[in-house]
Design a protein around this ligand. Structure first.
Ligand code: FUB
Length: 326
């Protein structure tokens, strides 16, 4: 499978169908002298481009709409524009992005525009009460919008074990709960206000259950526990929460009957790719379902120089995600 975009390095693709086209909101990877570490410092991105295409099969050219937002334009940001997402509601388009604030703490910001390809004007402050990384926004059939977010290690999710408002600096870096009896830390969700610019409620932790026990996944279950890259899609009334397992490099999903969960682990969507990170989105386009993801083939394995790809996915009769047409 060839990369969709070859003139830039792009990663963490959030794909949406707006105005009958596919729009892709990815991270824009760049070269850096920063040494690789497990805190992710080498992912030192400084702006966002938006891309669009009219067809995936047969493939049509992917249009680069240029830079739509950059670090210098966002008053609260110090560095690291990581995985973004976008949403459309009330005639406006919203670009959500995580970045480190001036104190080095990841927050989530929003920028607003009139068109899917931007330009986007950032709010001067991050979303109040936001923390960690990888926002994914889902607008449900009833018009309510939810933001899913969170990421372990460099993403700082493990620093909030004492509460949403308590950043515990002792947990910074590549660490997380472990050992007998420890439950995996869950991704977070909050409903958004009608104007899509704030949380409408206290942030909640999502529980992912092991199907064989009905109990929350264990912290040591690195093949299945949430690490980062939250995504939500809905099919036939079922909510599919998907995510990366980080250090075991799988894309997995879990299903439930409410946008808040709990979700029951359902299986893998993608096996490990070349490169440390794996991150994705799932979107229905022209009656078929597509997995956007990234790998490091174009950079020949440089972990922080990634490229966006797409492949079709399928569902079996029970609604399980499968990679071949049943
Ligand atoms: O692109 C920077 C980070 O790498 C993202 O926020 C994570 O999901 C991982 O893909």
């Amino acid at each position: 499978m060839a990369p969709l975009i070859t003139h830039l390095y792009t990663a963490d693709p959030s794909a949406h169908v707006f105005e009958g086209k596919i729009y892709i909101y990815p991270s824009h990877d760049r070269e850096t002298d920063i040494q690789f570490n497990d805190n992710g410092d080498q992912y030192d991105m400084a702006d966002y481009h938006v891309f669009s295409t009219e067809s995936l099969d047969p493939p049509a050219p992917v249009v680069d709409h240029g830079v739509v937002l950059k670090t210098e334009d966002i008053p609260w940001v110090s560095k690291q524009l990581w995985a973004p997402d976008a949403a459309h509601k009330n005639g406006k388009y919203y670009l959500y992005f995580p970045a480190r604030d001036k104190q080095g703490i990841f927050r989530i910001g929003v920028a607003v525009g009139d068109r899917p390809e931007g330009p986007f004007t950032p709010d001067p402050e991050p979303i109040k009460g936001s923390y960690s990384i990888d926002p994914a926004t889902f607008v449900d059939d009833d018009g309510e919008a939810y933001m899913y977010f969170g990421g372990l290690w460099g993403g700082q999710l493990q620093c909030y074990q004492k509460g949403n408002d308590v950043f515990d600096a002792a947990w910074q870096g590549p660490q997380e709960p472990k050992g007998d009896g420890a439950c995996a830390l869950g991704p977070r969700v909050a409903r958004l206000t009608d104007d899509m610019r704030q949380f409408a409620e206290e942030v909640r932790e999502i529980v992912i259950l092991a199907p064989e026990t009905g109990k929350p996944l264990a912290a040591d279950d690195h093949d299945r526990r949430f690490f980062e890259a939250a995504w939500m899609h809905k099919r036939n009334g079922t909510y599919y929460f998907s995510y990366s397992t980080g250090d075991t490099h799988y894309l997995c999903y879990a299903t439930g009957s409410s946008p808040y969960g709990p979700f029951t682990y359902g299986g893998r969507i993608l096996e490990p790719v070349l490169g440390w990170t794996t991150h994705h989105s799932i979107v229905e386009f022209q009656g078929r379902w597509w997995l956007f993801h990234h790998d490091c083939e174009l950079s020949k394995g440089v972990d922080h120089l990634r490229s966006v790809k797409v492949k079709e996915i399928f569902y079996d009769a029970e609604g399980k995600i499968v990679s071949e047409k049943p």
